[in-house]
Design a protein around this ligand. Structure first.
Ligand SMILES: Nc1ncnc2[nH]cnc12
Length: 183
């Protein structure tokens, strides 16, 4: 029988299906894409937690994109930057770093388009994502942003998962447990 974790974010409740991702670990599957209500609520709350003075939000493809869009609107920022998972033909001088993520077994990469890298030179950046878990994606994002000559002034997410709940260098709205599989 399908098991669920009840997630509470402020006044909003969601039933997240618990899905195995390996022989030993299951996660409560949090899919922000398509959840307009939660995206808007989370953005309005995160807007209170980001510094007043920053230049760009930077998010990671793909689940962070609607959140960055709405958070940009809430904080009056006309543009934000999306770090992609693959190099596209239309990119100029893309820069890549390897990344390991809890939900993807195959090696992944994170890509910053050179045009976006130029925009980030000497800028103050807030990284925004849906979930921070192992921190692998966040670290890769930070590496790309700093290589471009920008400074990360804050890191925010809707959820912190597993050990990320103890991090003091991120702001988040709710905790998400991991579910070890024992038999
Ligand atoms: N619990 C989760 N659900 C969806 N994506 C994730 N990425 C990291 N943890 C996740």
């Amino acid at each position: 029988m399908q098991k669920y974790f009840e997630l509470q974010v402020g006044p909003l409740t969601r039933q997240l299906p618990i899905m195995p991702i390996s022989d030993t670990l299951a996660i409560a599957s949090f899919v922000l894409l398509g959840d307009a209500e939660l995206t808007d609520y989370a953005a309005s709350e995160l807007a209170k937690r980001v510094p007043t003075d920053f230049d760009y939000l930077v998010t990671l493809e793909s689940k962070g994109i609607p959140l960055a869009q709405e958070l940009s609107r809430c904080t009056n920022h006309a543009q934000y930057v999306v770090l992609r998972k693959s190099v596209k033909d239309y990119m100029r001088a893309p820069q890549t770093v390897p990344v390991s993520a809890i939900t993807t077994s195959a090696p992944q990469q994170l890509v910053l388009d050179g045009t976006d890298a130029d925009r980030l030179v000497a800028k103050k950046v807030v990284i925004v994502d849906d979930v921070i878990s192992s921190g692998g994606s966040l670290q890769a994002a930070k590496t790309l942003i700093e290589r471009a000559g920008a400074t990360v002034v804050s890191q925010v997410a809707i959820l912190a998962e597993g050990d990320a709940v103890d991090r003091t260098d991120i702001h988040y709205l709710a905790e998400l447990p991991l579910f070890p599989i024992t038999d």
